[in-house]
Write a protein that binds this ligand. Sequence first.
Ligand code: UDX
Length: 430
Amino acid sequence: MGLVTGACLADFGNPVTCVDQDEAKIERLSRREMPFFEPGLPELVTRNLNEGRLRFSSDLPTALKGSRVVFITLGTPPRHDGSADTRAIFEVAKLIAQNLDGYKLVVQKSTAPVGTARAVWRTMKRAARRGAGIDVASNPEFLREGSAIETFMHPDRVVIGAETKRAADLLRKIYAPLFLIETPTVVTTLETAELIKYAANAFLATKISFINEIANLCEAVGADVQVVAKAMGMDRRVGSKFLHAGPGYGGSCFPKDTQALVAFARSQGLRARVVEATIAANQHQIVRMVQKIVRAIGTPRGKRVGVLGLSFKPNTDDVREAPALTIVKGLRRRGVKVTAYDPVAMPRAREMLGRVTFADDVYQAARGADALAIVTEWNAFRNLNLARLRRLMRRPVLCDLRNIYDPEEVEAAGLRYVGVGRGRPGRWDG
Ligand code: UDX
């Protein structure tokens, strides 16, 4: 989030210095080497470095000199109870307060529990010289991995939590290019802004768990979740987005933010029961996928399964909380030999999976397999040569955990089709 925000703000014409204490990372970035895969990011970073608006540094005090606005975009990893660990935010806030050379607006952009921005403000006031000018704002980020630049440059809305006119005006000025394209803005209090982020993410996660539950029901009664979701989405009050049934949500946000919301509610003496159920349903969904594949191959021991897609979604190499990793581990625990392939996430997955065999391409993953499971819907998997797969596999079974294939087309090519929530695929005459 920090790198994308920095590069995009530089692209808006602002001079930006991105700071990280990891000197090796800063050095690599200065050489234009990206620390992760994100479409369009290398070009954006390179352009802004070349044009002199973007710099990388591991020297915070120097970077702070002359910067009027400081964005904090730190990780808030989950503690054992699911609550977000915000220590890094406060450490950095103290450092900023000790290095003030004039008014600073500190924008708390990391996803952190409600109340963090105000606590940061208090901490900074205590750590700074008396009378130093500090404002703290909350500016939650809604960017999506794999389309991070697009979602930063064309967001559905900008949320600004600011309680002084100066802070709100400064943030409005920074986001001025977005207002030119008529992006709606919500200016509100710190706590409201912080809660918006958790509420939005938990709601989207709930939508996914909900449709996954309907998918399971579809399997039981012989209905097609694709058609159910489509017709549900036609009701504008429901909306069609995030109603795609699959192996469960993953990534660096939904799993962590739903847990944090539940932990935060408990700390207030409340229960977030809907979100608790969303989390439980998601965990169950991932386990169900292992059972689904095992049912498709029969006795698991000694069987081979090809797994296509390891990242938690396409267009990223991020494997954090990726359903694919849990599925691979679950299959292996049952004695299945797994050969996995992903266009970009294999190096990261290798660190997490240990002894799994990786293939050089889709067809190598399919060779001799008793089933081929599509776990992440990379575009490269959408138009596979089904006849070739059938010839290569020991038993031609396609477990399409993202419902990207037409079951009739797959079966016509001589493969058995197993989808999610497609009890009896419904015809769509829309
Ligand atoms: C999410 C939010 O969308 C974004 O606004 C926030 O800033 C960060 O968290 P991200 O985690 O990058 O973004 O990916 P997203 O596209 O939201 O997908 C999250 C997970 O949900 C993925 O595992 C995806 O496969 C899954 N998903 C999404 C579904 O299973 N079905 C859907 O219909 C949509």
